[in-house]
Design a protein around this ligand. Structure first.
Ligand SMILES: Nc1ncnc2c1ncn2[C@@H]1O[C@H](COP(=O)(O)OP(=O)(O)OP(=O)(O)O)[C@@H](O)[C@H]1O
Ligand SMILES: [Mg+2]
Length: 244
């Protein structure tokens, strides 16, 4: 089982969009679970599963197995979002460091891939997710503020050294017609070998997921952005084998 936590301190960078599309791709290859840990419950919305009070907050400590729902897609399950997950950061403060890791361990035999849609927070929840993750996948927009957020995360992770095997950022919402995007993408990837090569373009079709309530790969499988999500998954799978 590979646990991929999709995280950024910064909001609106494409965490949920990435989780929904990449989990759909991984489900074509093996049993996949999405854990919607964001109180906004946007991943659950895209999968047309209702958020559930009892799927979050203190209820997770009773075990995750009973919280799992099927989605409309084969091989793809979901732990729905819950507004009570807004309290998780505080609930984890007094818990031993490896709590989320321990909670996920019994699911390792059931799933090849587990994707966590993490909220944009710097709370104790993020620290626990760093400890649990095999890969921390960080979507970034090629803008100075987004890159600044990545540098903040990198410094924080260094302080928690040994907790995470691999951090893999990638650029999303890329528009190569903009000189700023072209410059930041090439400069930053040169200095940071951990960056994945695949770029996800800014595309109206991706935004349309909100209307379709489906992964992009379901309603527009031949769109160039859909091909890029496939490529991103392949690159991530290879990176993960190298890193572990
Ligand atoms: N490649 C893309 N092209 C066009 N729009 C995109 C792309 N990626 C994400 N978006 C849009 O950007 C918005 C934010 O995306 P998303 O909800 O995935 O970000 P997020 O990081 O999960 O946000 P939050 O921090 O609020 O959880 C959404 O409206 C989404 O449709
Ligand atoms: Mg989100």
């Amino acid at each position: 089982m590979s646990l991929i936590v999709v995280y950024n301190l910064k909001g609106g960078v494409g965490k949920t969009t990435s989780v929904v599309n990449l989990s759909w791709v991984s489900a074509q290859q093996g049993p996949t679970l999405v854990w919607d840990l964001d109180p906004q419950s946007a991943a659950s919305f895209y999968f047309r599963v209702q958020p559930q009070k009892k799927a979050g907050g203190k209820h997770i400590f009773e075990g995750l197995d009973g919280l799992i729902h099927e989605t409309n897609y084969p091989n793809l399950d979901l732990i729905p979002g819950s507004f009570t997950n807004r309290k998780l950061g505080n609930l984890l403060v007094d818990q031993p460091a490896k709590t989320l890791k321990k909670l996920l361990k019994p699911l390792a035999a059931q799933y090849d891939w587990i994707w966590v849609d993490a909220p944009p927070t710097a709370s104790e929840l993020a620290a626990h997710l760093f400890w649990a993750a095999d890969i921390l996948l960080v979507p970034l927009i090629p803008t100075p503020l987004s890159i600044r957020a990545y540098e903040t995360i990198s410094l924080w992770l260094q302080k928690k050294k040994g907790s995470l095997r691999s951090v893999r950022p990638f650029f999303n919402l890329v528009d190569m017609r903009k000189s700023l995007h072209r410059r930041l993408v090439s400069e930053y990837r040169m200095d940071h070998p951990e960056f994945l090569e695949t770029l996800i373009p800014q595309a109206a079709a991706v935004e349309k997921m909100g209307e379709e309530c489906q992964p992009l790969l379901m309603f527009a499988p031949s769109h160039p952005a859909a091909h890029q999500y496939q490529a991103l998954f392949r690159e991530l799978a290879v990176a993960q084998q190298v890193d572990l």
